[in-house]
Design a protein around this ligand. Sequence first.
Ligand code: SAH
Ligand code: SF4
Length: 363
Amino acid sequence: MLPPISTRTPESLKKWLTDRDEPAYRADQILQWVHQKGATDWSAMSNLPGTLRNQLLESFQFSSVEPAKEQGSLDTTLKFLWKLDDGQLVESVLIPANPALYGESSDRHTLCVSTQVGCAYGCRFCASGLEGFKRNLTPAEIVDQVLAVERIRRDAASARDRLITNLVIMGMGEPMANYDNLLAALEILNADWGTGIGARKITISTSGLVPRIRELAQQPRQYRLAISLHGATDAVREQIMPINRRYPLKELAAAAVEYQSMKNGMITLEYILIEGINDHLDQVVPLAQLAKQLRAKVNLIPYNQVDGLKWNRPSVVAQDAFLDGLKALGTPVTLRREKGHDIDAACGQLRLRTEKELAEDAL
Ligand code: SAH
Ligand code: SF4
């Protein structure tokens, strides 16, 4: 397999060009086509000589993800399934602006990106972990999810501006368990010469890998952090997320405090409401206390039913009672009525269903 173009730095591309007696300034043109102008293939790079386009074609892979399926609409939620070089499937979800979330303004789009095939952490509400962990995504496979969505949408809408303004690293997989590849990808997605998405518009979601949260706090970029909490006491969280046994809430909170102090107010606590499991009002006070300690806001998400899992979404009345309890304690909180409920928008679900269909087709 050829090396991917999307993870080339300007320096390495300049060297590649000068090795071939091509002018170094072509590197900027190539990077612009790849990261900013949404070129759909090498032949679209109209200001490059044909001989150079041919050399590029022979030397680099244009994209490491291939569209396998698209579901939904641009106005609601649009889900993309990608096929990787080894035939594995991962997904990305494009979510239109919701100003209450992650500080987007309207007319903006957030792309939810995957970082692994499957997941090793086995949270009990989550489709991504159901079939275990397969492998880490490469930096190119992470970057290419963003570039491929830009290309497809630009094609459809003939738009000139970039569509994706915000990223949430909240798709399939545990981003912090693929830390080096993730940070390499984000460097490119963030770089001025690359995709140019501001660090403060990038949110990394984690189930709570404490040492990695501390490491992320020390690196220079101002990425936002979302912590998948889903339980405000160890007894409740342990039933939902096995990782809580390794890193209990006290340790998680200490690492999050460190992140908060380094990055200043960049934390969101994600809390899926699951009927009879974590929606009891006795979770409200400890949740409010943790949010206050971290100066974090809370996103409540009604549980999205997953095939093969038995848990349920609480009634709207129960959801509102939990929300009102937090509000009464002064916690900044939003209740995210899941936008992509109808199209399996919660991570891992489209892949799971497609793999099941493929398996049935193969019978
Ligand atoms: N591994 C990381 C990132 C991916 S999963 C982490 O755990 O944070 C992160 C998010 O996906 C969860 O916090 C939740 O917001 C969402 N999610 C996953 N399964 C869901 C389900 N069944 N219903 C609703 N949201 C779900
Ligand atoms: Fe993995 Fe996150 Fe799903 Fe847990 S919620 S199984 S960490 S992807």
